[in-house]
Design a protein around this ligand. Structure first.
Ligand code: ATP
Ligand code: BTN
Length: 259
């Protein structure tokens, strides 16, 4: 990644401090450690390669050198934002969708934390919290995006198909510009996180909306239903065959289209 280019591009948005690494274990781990010391709001950790990138529940996230975007944004939630922290994953996902839309691509959110292009995963989001007693003090929003084809793991390692921006846009993708647009999008959406229109925008880009889906829970339990939309807190709203309403909360859950 061209550091001069990166600095110039990011200087256009009001970030805190920026730390760049050619290679790191996980930008989220670095950001969590920084968040517990002296990181300002909107500080960012960016890496060209991750050797121990993480998805949810410690699943592996691949970030081979020079092929992807991998960064973590530190937020100090304001008092107004604190009631809506469960919406933050949606806010980050919407910023990713918007950045892709600017480039003529129609992306969708596979609830809760993945962004799909042509039905394949192009980006993943991992939101983690730093607590101070009973209160969330900081959030770390980690985003990984496959830019070049080389970022996509071999099929054998995937539970869900994956893609890269190169497959839609060709190899001349400006990583720094996309990073800029996602960060600027998060900053622009933040003041709207508590609004009803925010939930409506998130619902509008949900993958499989109106379709039959399956939710696999960590204990092996499966829920089948039609995906209706979102609850107030960002939980998923389904209806079963008897039209009973079901709510799927964040946690060890995986969403799939009904086979
Ligand atoms: P899925 O629906 O893909 O099974 P999940 O929600 O259960 O995802 P996550 O924790 O969101 O799991 O994502 C981690 C998973 O993403 C890994 O287990 C791996 O299969 C897949 N993965 C890892 N690296 C990448 C990548 N660069 N691009 C796309 N998928 C990846
Ligand atoms: C997922 O789909 O489970 C989320 C993947 C999140 C990956 C990003 S890459 C930057 C940040 N650092 C990590 O270790 N994980 C997140």
């Amino acid at each position: 990644m061209n550091q001069n280019e990166l600095k110039k591009t990011l200087s256009k948005i009001p970030l805190g401090d920026v730390k760049y690494f050619d290679s790191i274990g996980s930008t989220n781990n670095e950001a969590l450690a920084w968040a517990t010391s002296d990181a300002k709001d909107l500080s960012v950790v960016i890496a060209d390669e991750q050797t121990a990138g993480r998805g949810r529940l410690d699943r592996k996230w691949f970030t081979p050198k020079g092929t992807a975007l991998a960064f973590s944004l530190i937020l100090h939630p304001t008092a107004e934002e604190k009631p809506y922290l469960t919406r933050m994953v949606g806010l980050a996902a919407l910023a990713v969708v918007d950045a892709l839309q600017t480039r003529g691509l129609i992306a969708q959110i596979k609830w809760p934390n993945d962004v799909l292009l042509n039905g394949r995963k192009v980006a993943g989001i991992l939101v983690e919290s730093v607590w101070s007693g009973e209160e969330v003090d900081c959030l770390v929003i980690g985003i990984g995006m496959n830019i070049l084809k080389g970022a996509v793991p071999p099929n054998a390692l995937l539970q869900f198909p994956a893609t890269s921006l190169e497959e839609s846009l060709g190899p001349d993708v400006e990583r720094e510009e996309i990073l800029h647009d996602i960060l600027a999008g998060i900053i622009a959406l933040r003041p709207h996180i508590g609004s009803d229109s925010f939930i409506a925008s998130w619902e509008k880009v949900l993958a499989f909306r109106g379709e039959q889906v399956q939710v696999e829970e960590g204990d092996g339990n499966q829920i089948t239903g039609r995906l209706l939309g979102l609850e107030y807190d960002g939980s998923l709203r389904l209806s079963d065959e008897q039209s009973n309403s079901l709510t799927v909360r964040f946690g060890d859950v995986r969403l799939r289209p009904h086979p």
